[in-house]
Design a protein. Structure first.
Length: 237
């Protein structure tokens, strides 16, 4: 893969890996809320901030175009978290209680599979990667589902889901307008296809029933998307 494209690929990969790590460090505290600390980390984490800085390598051609789209994606995802502050749990105590989240595992597996299919390598390697990540997410879902409802503290804002949906759709539009249609046969096109699939999955995350708190399903699926995207990009060399 071209060195300049590899640089852009690595910056996107680093960003996705860091998002997943921050979500893992602040998992949903219960079955009715995403973690407010995850939102705070996404706004203030030093590594996240570095991921949005200007490239340190001179870029040209498709690599430069691809970096511009990455920057657009980064900026709009960060806006989703920055512009939507946490909600105090005490302000809405007594909200309708939400059901458990164990039933979401099939949906998560489908999300993972849609991204991992873009990995390099044979079907066996892809299936193994999908299984490993699905098992990891399954353990997280079981942990959260066993936590019950939580009322104390501050929980992530439900509007994050809407802003993130828009970030996904807008980035796909950018890919199309700048000249990266799906399946473009170039090194940059391969990375663009992974970003496109990531954005398709983010845009498909439900935006309903996140009022006023962001539900844990959203955070878990968002984490799975980022982990699957980073895993797929790691297979590119």
């Amino acid at each position: 893969m071209d060195a300049q494209v590899l640089y852009v690929k690595q910056r996107l990969q680093n960003y996705l890996e860091r998002i997943a790590a921050l979500s893992q460090a602040a998992t949903p505290p219960g079955t009715n809320a995403a973690n407010g600390w995850f939102r705070e980390y996404m706004v203030n984490d030093g590594v996240i901030v570095q991921c949005g800085q200007a490239p340190t390598l001179p870029l040209s051609g498709e690599a430069q175009q691809l970096y511009g789209i990455y920057s657009f994606f980064y900026g709009n995802v960060e806006r989703a978290f920055r512009d939507n502050g946490n909600h105090s749990a005490s302000a809405i105590h007594g909200q309708v209680l939400w059901p458990g989240i164990a039933g979401m595992l099939g949906e998560v597996a489908a999300v993972i599979g849609s991204i991992v299919q873009l990995m390099t390598g044979g079907d066996q390697a892809k299936e193994q990667a999908k299984e490993n990540l699905a098992n990891s997410i399954k353990a997280l879902v079981e942990k959260v589902n066993g936590s019950g409802y939580v009322w104390g503290g501050a929980h992530a804002n439900g509007w994050i889901s809407v802003y993130a949906r828009d970030a996904g759709n807008w980035t796909i539009a950018q890919l199309d307008s700048v000249g990266f249609p799906a399946g473009k046969a170039s090194d940059a096109g391969k990375v663009a296809d992974v970003l496109r699939q990531i954005c398709l999955q983010i845009a498909a995350l439900p935006t309903e029933h996140h009022s006023p708190w962001l539900r844990p399903e959203w955070q878990i699926k968002f984490q799975a998307i980022c982990e699957a995207g980073a895993m797929t990009l790691r297979s590119y060399a």
